[in-house]
Design a protein around this ligand. Structure first.
Ligand code: COA
Length: 371
C-alpha cells in the first residue's frame, strides 16, 4: 500500500491555478474575476459576468452587448435545434432535462472558437432550464426573444409571462451570484473532462450531472419543502429537532469551504427583498427563523464545525418568489454556473495537462508464483 497523502474528499488539495474566482471560507467572502460577488449581483448583468470570466480565462470575448446579441441568437438556435427540447421533455428533474438537451448539441470542432462555443452552450442551458420550468408549470415551451436580456428572456420563457424589471433583475442577480465558485464539484468535473482534450458539450453535460446531486446543487427544492413544512417561525425549532433526531441533514445548511455564512445567502436575500412583496417578506421571516434555529441546533451538536446557511437556502426563497417551479431550481443554477464551467474549460485547456490522480489499492494481490 502506498504512503502518499490521501483524502477521500480532496479537501484542501489544490488541483488548479485559476484567475476566475476565489472562495475565502473562513471569512465568508467570494471574489469573481477580481470583484466581490456582492459588488456584482444586481450591478452587472449575466452577459458582463460571462465576458469577465471568459476574459479572465484568457479568451478574447467581445463586449457585453455583443455577447448579449450572441446569446439571443443562440437561444433561438437552441430552441429550434432538432431534438433539443424533446430530449428534455421526458426528464424526471430539471438538471436531467438540461443534461439530456445539451447532450443533443453538436460537439464543437476542438475549441477553435471558445467564446462562440461558450455563448452557444450558455444560451442552450438557459433555454433547456426555462423549457423544463415552463412544462412543470403546466405550459408548453415559449420561443425565445433574442432582443431581451438573457435573464429576462429565460424568466419569461420559464413562466410564460413577461417579468417586471425587478423580477428580471432578480434572476439576473441570481445568475451572476452563482456564475462561479472556486473548485466546486461540478467545476472540477468540467475541468477533468476538458483535460482529456474533449469538447465543451461533453464537459458541460458531465458538470450538470455533478451539479444534480443533493450535496451540490440539488438542495434548493428540498429547502423550499422544509420552509413550507415548518410553516410559521415558531414551529422551526421542533421541526428541525425532529429532523435531526431522525438522522437527516438540514438542507441548505453547511458547506465544505465556508465556516462563516455563505456570502451568497445575503446577496440572494437582498435580491428577494428587492421584489417588495409582503408574501416574500413573510417567507424570508420563516427562512431567517429556520436558519437561526438550525444554526443553534447544529452548533450544539457539532461545536467544532460551524454549519451555517449556504447558497441553496435563499436560492429557494428567491427563485420561488420569481415564480419558478421548485423542480427547476437546479436547472436555473446550471443556467448561471455554465458561465464558470465554460471559462474553466478554457483555462484548463490552456494548461494542456491531463488530470489523472492516483488511487490506493486495497484489493488482494496475486499469489506469488512459486519459484
Ligand atoms: N445537517 C446536519 N448535519 C450536517 C449538515 C447538515 N446540513 N452538514 C454537515 N453536517 C454534519 C455531518 O453529518 C458531519 O457529521 P459527522 O462528522 O458526525 O458525520 C459533519 O457535519 C461534517 O459534515 P461533512 O459531510 O463531512 O461535511 P462536508 O464538507 O463533506 O459537506 C455539505 C458539506 C454541503 C455536503 C453538507 O454540509 C451537507 O450535506 N449539507 C446539506 C446539503 C446542502 O445544503 N447542499 C448544498 C451545498 S451548497
Amino acid at each position: 500500500m502506498g504512503t502518499e497523502a490521501f483524502d477521500a474528499g480532496l479537501a484542501g488539495v489544490v488541483v488548479a491555478e485559476t484567475r476566475l474566482s476565489e472562495v475565502e471560507g473562513e471569512v465568508g467572502r467570494l471574489i469573481i474575476a477580481g470583484d466581490d460577488a456582492e459588488a456584482l449581483a444586481g450591478v452587472i448583468p449575466f452577459e458582463e459576468v460571462l465576458r469577465r470570466l471568459l476574459a479572465a480565462a484568457g479568451a478574447a470575448p467581445p463586449s457585453a452587448a455583443e455577447i448579449g446579441a450572441g446569446l439571443g441568437r443562440a437561444r433561438v438556435a437552441a430552441f429550434a435545434a432538432r431534438g433539443f427540447l424533446e430530449a428534455g421533455s421526458r426528464a424526471a428533474s430539471g438538471a436531467a432535462a438540461v443534461r439530456a438537451s445539451v447532450a443533443t448539441l453538436e460537439a464543437e470542432d476542438g475549441g477553435s472558437d471558445p467564446v462562440g462555443d461558450a455563448i452557444r452552450i450558455a444560451a442552450a442551458v438557459g433555454v433547456a432550464a426555462a423549457a423544463f420550468a415552463r412544462r412543470r408549470g403546466g405550459g408548453s415551451p415559449v420561443a425565445p426573444d433574442p432582443s431581451a436580456s438573457h435573464a429576462a428572456d429565460v424568466l419569461r420563457a420559464a413562466r410564460g409571462s413577461s417579468p417586471s424589471p425587478e423580477e428580471a433583475a432578480g434572476l439576473d442577480g441570481y445568475l451572476v451570484t452563482v456564475s462561479d465558485h472556486g473548485m466546486n464539484a461540478s467545476t472540477f468535473t468540467a475541468r477533468v473532462v476538458a483535460s482529456t482534450g474533449t469538447d465543451l458539450v461533453s464537459a458541460v453535460v458531465a458538470a450538470v450531472g455533478a451539479l444534480k446531486g443533493p450535496l451540490h446543487g440539488g438542495a434548493p427544492g428540498p429547502v423550499l419543502d422544509m420552509l413550507e413544512a415548518v410553516g410559521t417561525p415558531d414551529r422551526a425549532r421542533a421541526w428541525l429537532e425532529a429532523e435531526l433526531g431522525a438522522g437527516r441533514r438540514i438542507m441548505g445548511m453547511g458547506h465544505r469551504i465556508y465556516r462563516a455564512r455563505d456570502p451568497r445567502a445575503a446577496i440572494l436575500e437582498r435580491l428577494a427583498r428587492s421584489l417588495r412583496s409582503a408574501e416574500v417578506d413573510e417567507r424570508i421571516a420563516i427562512a431567517r427563523a429556520v436558519e437561526r434555529e438550525a444554526e443553534a441546533l447544529l452548533a450544539a451538536r457539532k461545536p467544532d464545525r460551524p454549519l451555517k446557511a449556504n447558497v441553496e437556502f435563499f436560492t429557494a426563497v428567491l427563485l420561488d418568489a420569481l415564480g419558478l417551479h421548485r423542480d427547476a431550481f437546479t436547472a436555473m443554477f446550471a443556467a448561471g454556473r455554465v458561465a464558470g464551467w465554460c471559462a474553466h474549460v478554457i483555462e484548463q485547456r490552456a494548461t494542456g495537462r491531463l488530470v489523472r490522480p492516483a488511487s490506493r489499492y486495497l484489493g488482494p494481490m496475486p499469489a506469488t508464483p512459486s519459484a
